[in-house]
Ligand binder design. Structure first.
Ligand code: C2E
Ligand code: CA
Ligand code: CA
Ligand code: CA
Length: 274
């Protein structure tokens, strides 16, 4: 027989355990940020349509937890966002990546910018100061924002983005197609590039809808003069479909997984442009 009272207690206990685990992880993350030795960046190459020339890298944060091992960013970024740690974490990522990119001034650097970061005070000035400290040209930087960040935009965020853009920073709309943003956002925000969400690329072979959406995004990109990057490209069939319909930048396991800095540097040298 059902015992709603006990179920409720069970639920409370499970919830309390979750809250507790989250709080511990938050404390650990705070410590990791202070000590710096558990956090690391991987870099995933972005290639041109020939598939052998690197045009950019995306910096992706990694956390090697001393007890729990590798914790994926999808698990700790939301915690960092909830407790405000995403702001110093995001700056650590940019600082570390900018230092690495000094050796590769012809390749663009993409970093992910959380909506919380975007709304933090003086965000534009702080980003530009980090670049200046490393002597990095702002035109080398691509900031990846998601559609939800764009939807929650207010006038101070718009002003920050305008300042970054006027210094040459490029704005990329990440995970395109998964959210609710409309074409008018692309226009209004002066988006430089969109990244087709990898779920569409993944479904290419089995879904007519995925193919139609990808073709539509590539068509919009062409008519608005907005670059389109496909991510999560894992096989030649996907690559062929995408390049046939005009995609000009590719990212995915077909070319390279995200690599530790030393391996990424070697990859960049062997796929160098000029
Ligand atoms: P994202 O920005 O959409 O990054 C792409 C994710 O897809 C990465 O996962 C990457 O490793 C993975 N990926 C790349 N190519 C392939 C492929 O061919 N197949 C498959 N199945 N996956 C592929 P990762 O590194 O686990 O990052 C997950 C998410 O965490 C990122 O999604 C991003 O939203 C967030 N993230 C990572 N680093 C940062 C950061 O420094 N700051 C912020 N705010 N978010 C970050
Ligand atoms: Ca991204
Ligand atoms: Ca993405
Ligand atoms: Ca994503």
């Amino acid at each position: 027989k059902r015992q709603p009272v006990n179920e409720c207690r069970l639920f409370d206990a499970a919830l309390a355990a979750k809250v507790q685990a989250r709080r511990l992880l938050e404390a650990d993350l705070r410590q990791a940020l202070a000590a710096e030795d558990q956090l690391d960046l991987h870099y995933q190459p972005v290639l041109d349509s020939d598939g052998y020339r690197v045009v950019g890298v995306e910096a992706l944060v990694r956390w090697h937890h001393p007890k729990q091992g590798m914790i994926p960013p999808a698990d700790f970024i939301p915690i960092a966002e909830a407790c405000g740690l995403i702001v110093p974490l995001g700056e650590w990522v940019l600082d570390r990546a900018a230092a690495m990119m000094m050796r590769f001034p012809h390749i663009s650097l993409a970093v992910n910018l959380s909506p919380i970061q975007l709304r933090s005070p003086e965000i534009a000035g702080r980003i530009l100061a980090i670049l200046a400290r490393h002597g990095m040209d702002p035109r080398q930087l691509q900031l990846e924002v998601t559609e939800s960040a764009v939807l929650a935009m207010d006038s101070s965020v718009e002003a920050a983005l305008a300042r970054l853009r006027s210094d040459g920073v490029q704005l990329v709309l990440d995970d395109f197609g998964t959210g609710y943003s409309s074409l008018s956002h692309l226009h209004k925000l002066a988006i430089d590039r969109v990244k087709i969400d990898q779920s569409f690329v993944h479904d290419l072979g089995r879904s007519q809808d995925a193919r139609a959406i990808i073709q539509a995004v590539l068509g919009i990109g062409q008519s608005l003069g907005i670059g389109v990057t496909a991510e999560g490209v894992e096989d030649e069939t996907q690559k062929l479909f995408l390049s046939t319909f005009g995609c000009n930048e590719f990212q995915g396991y077909l070319f390279s997984r995200p690599l530790p800095a030393d391996d990424a540097a070697a990859f960049l040298k062997s796929h160098a442009v000029r």
